[in-house]
Write a protein that binds this ligand. Structure first.
Ligand SMILES: [Fe+2]
Length: 198
């Protein structure tokens, strides 16, 4: 299989005022598209041709860094568009909320720790909620890495590369992360990934 760029699951201006149409145009049409086209060039003729995206991400990690960077970012961004929705945030589906309370010390603590992971990720990267050995964990990773290469399954991730927030928030990464968790997260999609992971 080769990589392809999906359409956004909403209009470019649907996440305003928390994420602008300009940000989504650059982020989706330029940045994600570059991961797709570069990834396809690197995939062609490699030992990973014909594998699934998750197999490519896991298999290329530490083996083919250039392919890993692009395949990893393709995987991350495919989910990232779905981790947001218009009028997001709000109530967390019951079973997932219960698990967050059990493993992450409650919804408020989870939000605080998720934001803190994003704030303290030095340079480019991602902050995550992942399932590892049946338990939820807050994680952070550099560049195009994800919990997939750390034996875990991501169920929520936020892009803290500057391309994700600089147009709207300039250097105020904490404000971007707060807006993401309070006003953008599509918890139904998080729940779907959680159910698939356990
Ligand atoms: Fe990004």
């Amino acid at each position: 299989m080769s990589f392809s760029l999906p359409d956004l699951p909403y209009a470019y201006d649907a996440l305003q005022p928390y994420m602008s149409a300009e940000t989504l145009e650059y982020h989706h049409d330029k940045h994600h598209n570059t991961y797709v086209t570069t990834g396809n060039k690197l995939l062609e003729g490699s030992e990973f041709e014909g594998k699934s995206l998750e197999e490519i991400v896991k298999g290329s990690h530490g083996v083919n860094q250039a392919l890993f960077n692009n395949a990893g970012q393709h995987f991350n961004h495919l989910h990232f568009w779905n981790w947001m929705k218009p009028n997001g945030g709000g109530a967390i589906p019951g079973a997932l909320e219960k698990k967050i309370t059990e493993d992450l010390g409650g919804v408020d603590k989870m939000k605080e720790d998720f934001i803190q992971a994003g704030v303290t990720q030095f340079g480019s990267g991602w902050a995550w909620i992942a399932v590892k050995n049946g338990k939820l964990e807050i994680m952070k990773t550099p560049n195009g890495e994800s919990p997939l290469v750390h034996g875990a399954t991501p169920i929520l991730g936020v892009d803290v590369w500057e391309h994700s927030y600089y147009i709207d928030y300039r250097n105020r990464r904490p404000d971007y992360l707060k807006a993401f968790i309070e006003n953008l997260v599509n918890w139904e999609y998080v729940e779907k990934l959680y159910n698939e992971a356990v």
